[in-house]
Design a protein around this ligand. Structure first.
Ligand code: NIG
Ligand code: FE
Length: 424
């Protein structure tokens, strides 16, 4: 009865194997607090996929090491799925340290943007940058994310705001993703801001995106998703609806920056459009908390952005109690959250947004994967899924959230490969 599975990587004597086994759909309510831990666990993978999980005491009977396989005794340390960071903006050039200093002196993020700084400042630098320099910035930040446990990452364009630069950025991400350890999902965020050449003509810019840019992105297969910054002073809900409906007709999955600084109807529109995810939500109304909770749209919270901008944190507990499917992500970008660390986001979700530790781990793994439509491959450690894992120098998973800003990560495994060996 006990036929053995062949494995090229076997981890044994895992104090807590946090499998997250369960539905591939985003989890909510009680299901978001269940980590499906195997104590004294073991896990085996072959050719980048998980082939078996169980008790260490059963491993010898169930797993056949392939020749040249690697077997590691973890001496009671813990293993979790790799993190899924479902919202980042690492395709840019230059820095925004000058604006950061202005904010430190009391200036407001939205005022800086309205005065032509903010996103447009990064757009100016990105338009002038070569693909090589955009790639080197991307590689630098993706590498940091990997060291901090992120094995799947969504990257957005949105600092080009013209056909040529948006394509340059997305081509850079696409090229890199072919030969890069992390799994990369690409999102076209041409509707991140109204560029200077369309100043005060947002509708004409939306026309340009729909008629000229989106078809080209589609033809070249440069993006998996389309996103828009629906916000006071940027794009209205009416413009967002027109744009995202066009993107859906072209076959893109859609997601939104919604209700970040003001409630402009973003979250509600995301539900109407069956968006995969509505992100930020610092200003979501109680009525729209109930609406998103009753929908399949994932509420993606970005607590690092609230921290970095000195804004009130997003209403995590309210969303969780209402029954929403909640993910957390870094929002890594040069202006509003210059931080690549998912473990820090977990700490902030727990300490500032009312998550339990279990809900925060779910939000950073399975629910992030579901927000990217990857719930069947990523975010859990179940046979058939990708062997993306984190080995922690901890004997209790609660230490993940407890250690603020400093993750106790021993090693990260992507597609069955240890990064400590990869980068040797
Ligand atoms: O998600 N909110 C819009 N976009 C980014 C900020 C980008 C920037 O400031 O460069 C965000 O926070
Ligand atoms: Fe963002």
């Amino acid at each position: 009865m006990n036929s053995k599975v062949r494995a090229d990587l076997i981890l044994k004597d895992i104090g807590e194997l946090v499998t997250m086994a369960g539905s591939p759909a985003a989890r909510r309510g009680e299901a978001a607090r269940e980590l499906s831990i195997i104590r004294n666990g073991a896990i085996a993978s072959f050719d980048g996929r998980i082939v078996w999980t169980g008790k260490t005491s059963d491993a010898a009977d169930r797993v056949e090491p392939a020749s040249g396989s690697l077997e590691i005794d973890l001496a009671g340390k813990i293993v979790t799925p790799g993190f899924v960071d479902s919202h980042t903006h690492p395709l840019y050039a230059g820095t925004r340290q000058v604006e950061f200093a202005l904010r430190a002196g009391g200036a407001d993020y939205e005022e800086i943007s309205a005065a032509g700084g903010g996103i447009l400042n990064s757009v100016k630098r990105t338009r002038q940058a070569t693909a090589e320099s955009i790639e080197s910035t991307l590689v630098k930040h993706l590498t940091t994310m990997l060291l901090y446990g992120t094995t799947t990452v969504e990257v957005k364009s949105g600092y080009g705001l013209d056909l040529e630069t948006e394509i340059r950025c997305l081509e850079t991400a696409s090229r890199l993703s072919e030969n890069w350890p992390q799994t990369i999902a690409r999102t076209f965020l041409g509707a991140h801001e109204v560029p200077l050449e369309y100043r005060h003509r947002p509708d004409e810019y939306i026309d340009y995106l729909i008629e000229t840019v989106l078809p080209e992105i589609k033809n070249r297969e440069l993006a998996d998703f389309v996103d828009i910054f629906c916000e006071k002073g940027v794009f209205t809900a009416v413009q967002s609806e027109r744009y995202l409906k066009a993107a859906k007709r072209m076959g893109f999955g859609v997601r939104m920056h919604a209700d970040e600084f003001h409630d402009t109807g973003g979250a509600s529109l995301a539900v109407d459009l069956e968006a995969l995810s509505a992100d930020h939500l610092l200003s979501i109304s109680d009525a729209n908390i109930a609406r998103i909770a009753a929908s399949d749209t994932v509420a993606t919270l970005l607590p690092g952005t609230a921290l970095f901008l000195g804004k009130p944190f997003p209403p995590g507990r309210k969303l969780l109690d209402a029954g929403a499917a909640v993910a957390i992500a870094t929002d890594f970008n040069p202006g509003s959250c210059f931080c690549e660390s998912m473990p820090f986001m977990i700490n902030l979700a727990v300490c500032q947004c009312g998550f339990t530790i279990e809900e925060a781990v779910t939000a950073a793994t399975v629910n992030g994967a579901a927000a990217l439509g990857m719930g069947d491959r990523k975010g859990a450690l179940v046979p058939g899924m990708d062997a993306d894992m984190i080995i922690w120098d901890l004997d209790d998973y609660r230490g993940i959230a407890y250690h603020m800003a400093i993750p106790d990560i021993d090693d990260v495994i992507v597609a069955g490969q240890l990064i400590s060996i990869m980068f040797e």
